[in-house]
Ligand binder design. Structure first.
Ligand SMILES: [Zn+2]
Length: 435
């Protein structure tokens, strides 16, 4: 604890919260001592332990085997092990590979200290399984929406980091060996701003050096989601790419993404949420983030980071209070508001995707266009990129085959020439003996 550096505090407490969650502390100006214990402990009347949360999720999955299933992955790197549980929802599991459905990937708890996000994961799974309902939502429209979705939920991406938090290091956001899992991705990886603080933003030794990031990347590339949401706390915000530069991507899909977030802000955030690119809205840049990778490399058409809660009045050393609601009323409000916001988000974005798909099909009436081929060829690009890799591999194999054939042919020729020379030498002896 004592090794943590002093940092400065500006006049706006909300900015401090932003910087805590999303980036470095030190954009701030007055000195505050981070040493010393966090003043608010984890409220166990509100928050599950990691174990009980996972048990609850497991029990939920067992009660709904027709809709939910759970997998646990394990990965290791240089003696460091990490586990990751993934829950998949599909209203009828037999249709899980139906390509007409929209695929959504949600990650919670990427930063250890943001406990509220994993509670939201449990709430969303309870709503998907219909064990909990949303007030003021027509059950039939919800039923129709869920019918169209396959959702993968990672309720606690950073299990090892969360363990450290629960053991008392309430300000820890990194994984079990001190790497920030939201700086360990490959887009603009490792770039350090002037105020870089390894306690907060250590990007690891290389992109994807961490088992947790490796597992998330594999999950994304195999699932090929249409929508990705990285769920954090520390402020209230609806972010879209980019995090590593202060602009949003060009083009109509990006513009529509922004409109969608503005609508969500109006409907569920009472206009309090910051909306826009992560890098542009917060006022500093974040390098090597998951959302930038999902958008730029994995080509997920709709990639977001949602920040669901932050207490700007909390003191800088009071991490639990800064990142998590501490009273029952606020705890319930956050879970109610944000579970509703996610469902609205699924609804709006599937309509957006429908529209983009119908625009694509309208211009390609003579041939069937699958859902993966929409959005200006986003996913097409990805597929053709992989195909190119396969082509390169195929070309390599062809070359090897050609070389092998040439080698075989020249060996046979050499053998023939050798045999001919021997037979020429032998022939006079034979003729000599017959003559
Ligand atoms: Zn965070």
């Amino acid at each position: 604890m004592g090794s943590r550096r002093d940092f400065s505090l500006s006049s706006t407490p909300s900015l401090l919260v932003i910087l805590f969650c999303f980036g470095p502390f030190s954009h701030i100006n007055a000195k505050v001592n981070l040493t010393g214990p966090s003043s608010t402990p984890i409220n166990r009347d509100l928050y599950h332990t990691s174990d009980t949360l996972m048990e609850q999720i497991k029990a939920l999955v067992h009660r709904h085997p027709d809709k939910l299933y759970m997998e646990t992955f394990r990965s290791k790197n240089k003696g460091y092990h990490a586990d990751m549980t993934v829950v998949t929802y599909c209203r009828n599991r037999k249709q899980i590979d139906d390509k007409s459905k929209y695929r959504i990937l949600l990650s919670f708890g990427q930063h250890g200290r943001e406990l509220i996000t994993s509670e939201l994961a449990l709430r969303i799974l309870s709503i998907l399984s219909k064990e909990q309902s949303l007030p003021n939502v027509d059950p039939l429209s919800l039923h129709n929406l869920f019918e169209r979705l396959v959702i993968k939920v990672v309720p606690m991406e950073n299990m090892n980091g969360r363990e450290l938090v629960e053991a008392g290091d309430l300000c820890e956001r990194r994984n079990g060996r001190g790497v920030d899992l939201n700086r360990n991705w490959s887009v603009d990886w490792g770039k350090k701003e002037k105020d870089y603080d390894p306690y907060e933003e250590n990007p690891g030794t290389a992109p994807f050096s961490e088992p947790e990031t490796q597992m998330m990347r594999k999950l994304c590339l195999s699932f090929e989601p249409h929508i990705w949401i990285n769920v954090h706390s520390g402020m209230e915000a609806l972010f879209m790419p980019y995090d590593h530069k202060n602009t949003t991507p060009d083009g109509l899909p990006s513009y529509r993404m922004k409109l969608m977030l503005q609508r969500l802000n109006h409907l569920h955030c009472k206009g309090r949420c910051l909306v826009g690119s992560g890098g542009g809205s917060v006022g500093y840049l974040a390098h090597g983030t998951a959302t930038d990778y999902m958008f730029d490399v994995a080509r997920v058409p709709m990639a977001f980071t949602f920040e669901i809660y932050g207490d700007g009045t909390a003191s800088a050393k009071d991490c639990f209070k800064m990142f998590n609601p501490v009273d029952q009323t606020t705890f319930n409000r956050v879970l109610n508001d944000w579970s509703a916001a996610f469902i609205t988000m699924f609804n709006i974005s599937t309509h957006e995707l429908d529209e983009l798909r119908s625009n694509t099909t309208a211009s390609n009436l003579d041939k069937f266009v699958s859902i993966d081929d929409y959005l200006n060829g986003y996913l097409m690009d990805r597929r053709s990129r992989y195909e190119k890799k396969m082509e390169v591999l195929d070309l390599g194999m062809q070359e090897i085959r050609t070389y092998f054939r040439l080698f075989f042919l020249s060996s046979v020729l050499l053998l023939l020439m050798f045999c001919c020379r021997i037979s020429k030498r032998i022939r006079p002896i034979i003729s000599g003996t017959t003559f």
